[in-house]
Design a protein around this ligand. Structure first.
Ligand code: F0G
Length: 458
């Protein structure tokens, strides 16, 4: 019995992959300093490191790329992108950027000043680092249950509005440049936010004159969960739900490498023309002219076409239910994963998987390395290493969640690939007691999970 619908596409071009031997994989992980991020992709069999920029583009996207207008100024490809973002996301002012963090850079340079407090529903590393580099401090105002990996909740990404109100009362609205809305919440395992919660946050922020900014990277997935889980939305199209979410916000940063199926690209969407003037003047400093923002014309064409494809109900359904398929295989076997299963990833609860390791022994980093050696499957640490150090104290932050994220690229792998992933995890689960901890060997100052190196403790 099929447990998720057949993909609404067929394969036209293939990319060969192969599996190294276990001995070769062991050698590769040692050379990569036990950091899956430092592995060569040719040494990886099934790559679930990220769903960012790793998606398969459609024949329509590839053909749209041939129409790319590479003019430095006034590219018609930008006009198409701008019109498409306006139509589907609804923001009037569109500033193109080469990817999501570039939009975050520009937004935070405009809005965040030293001493500002930046509330959000759980941190995301690239968002928080831009807040901090501009002198702000991130404040987590997500509901408590989001920090419990095994607890079930249909909208586990929701804001705790009492926490938000309390923060505003404590520091004053003038100290809060914007509220960051992640929907869904990547670091919580792709957990969605309900429309009613966004509406409540909108009411609070409007009352206090604070901007509400959406991280729209996977907002289409959030729209899917609203349609499936929130009363009153079952008969509304994904496109209309996406638009309703955006309509509650003042702007958005977008990594088009996720929902929009593109390999690169992003944008900053705003409504306030005065903010947009500032953003356009910064984009030419950091990205490129305001009609390409670091993207080639062909990339803008691919993003525009990708947006249209992304909101098709059958497309997003196949995407999220494929992720659910892998999660259910692990649930059935009793492997501890974040509940409920998220939109873009399945997250192994490394603290529960390796209870013999304490947090200083970096269980999620160790588990990600062990899974690579086991089956050539690459995931990424989302725990103590990703959380980094507190910029004030220099001490390791200890997040509640200690996860290995297995993110599924869109339209790339088949059900049999996911079966192989599940089998590798089950084999590892059986010998979990044999997995030992890791220690840092070297550590870069920013976003350390990308480049840090480790060695086994034993
Ligand atoms: N916001 C979210 C929620 C993200 O997941 C990412 C990237 C960004 C912003 C930054 O966008 O990569 O285009 O600069 N997430 C990737 C991931 C890296 O693997 O989750 P970017």
């Amino acid at each position: 019995m099929a447990r998720y619908p057949a993909e609404p596409w067929k394969v036209k071009m293939v990319e060969p992959i192969h599996q190294l031997t276990q001995a070769e994989r062991q050698q590769a992980i040692v050379e990569a300093g036990y950091n899956t991020c430092l592995l060569a992709s040719t040494d990886v069999y099934i790559d679930l490191f990220t769903d960012s920029g790793t998606n398969a583009m459609s024949d329509r996207q590839w053909s749209a790329m041939m129409l790319g207008d590479e003019a430095y100024a006034g590219s018609s490809s930008f006009s198409r992108l701008e019109a498409t973002v306006r139509e589907y996301y609804g923001y009037s002012e569109i500033i193109p950027t080469h990817q999501g963090r570039a939009a975050e850079n520009i937004l935070n340079r405009i809005l965040v000043k030293p001493g500002h407090q930046c509330p959000g529903n759980m941190y995301f590393p690239s968002t928080r680092i831009h807040q901090e580099l501009n002198g702000g401090t991130f404040q987590d105002v997500i509901i408590d249950i989001a920090h419990d990996p095994l607890a079930d909740h249909p909208f586990k990404g929701n804001f705790d509005c009492d926490k938000l109100e309390k923060l505003i009362a404590d520091v004053g609205a003038a100290q809060i440049p914007y509220v960051a809305l992640g929907a869904p919440v990547n670091m919580a395992g792709g957990q969605p936010v309900s429309m009613s919660n966004i509406d409540e946050v909108r009411t609070i922020t409007r009352r206090h004159g604070i901007l509400l900014i959406l991280d729209a990277a996977r907002a289409v997935e959030n729209a899917w969960f609203i349609q499936q889980r929130e009363p009153g939305w079952a008969n509304t199209s994904i496109a209309a739900i996406l638009r309703a979410m955006c309509d509650l916000t003042d702007g958005a940063t977008m990594s088009a490498k996720k929902d929009s199926f593109a390999n690169i690209g992003g944008w900053l969407g705003l409504r306030d023309p005065h903010l947009a003037v500032q953003a356009r003047s910064l984009v030419v400093v950091y990205e490129g002219l305001h009609t390409y923002g670091g993207m080639a014309g062909r990339d803008m064409e691919a993003v525009a076409q990708g947006i249209v494809e992304s909101v098709a109900d059958e497309s997003i359904r196949a995407r999220v239910e494929q992720v659910g398929y892998l999660g259910e295989l692990l649930n059935e076997a009793g492997v501890p994963i974040v509940q409920p299963i998220g939109g873009h990833c399945v997250c192994l609860d490394a603290a529960a998987f390796l209870p013999h390791l304490n947090r200083e022994q970096l269980p999620a980093q160790a588990l990600a390395a062990a899974l690579y050696v086991e089956g050539g499957v690459r995931g990424v640490e989302r725990g103590t290493v990703s959380a980094g150090r507190d910029p004030q104290t220099g001490l390791n932050r200890m997040p509640t969640l200690e996860l290995v994220r297995l993110a599924i690229p869109r339209r790339v792998y088949t059900r049999s690939h996911l079966d192989v992933v599940a089998e590798s995890i089950l084999d590892l689960w059986k010998r979990r007691d044999s997995i030992s901890g890791l220690k840092f060997v070297s550590e870069p100052p920013y976003l350390r999970f990308f480049q840090a190196r480790f060695a086994p403790l034993s």
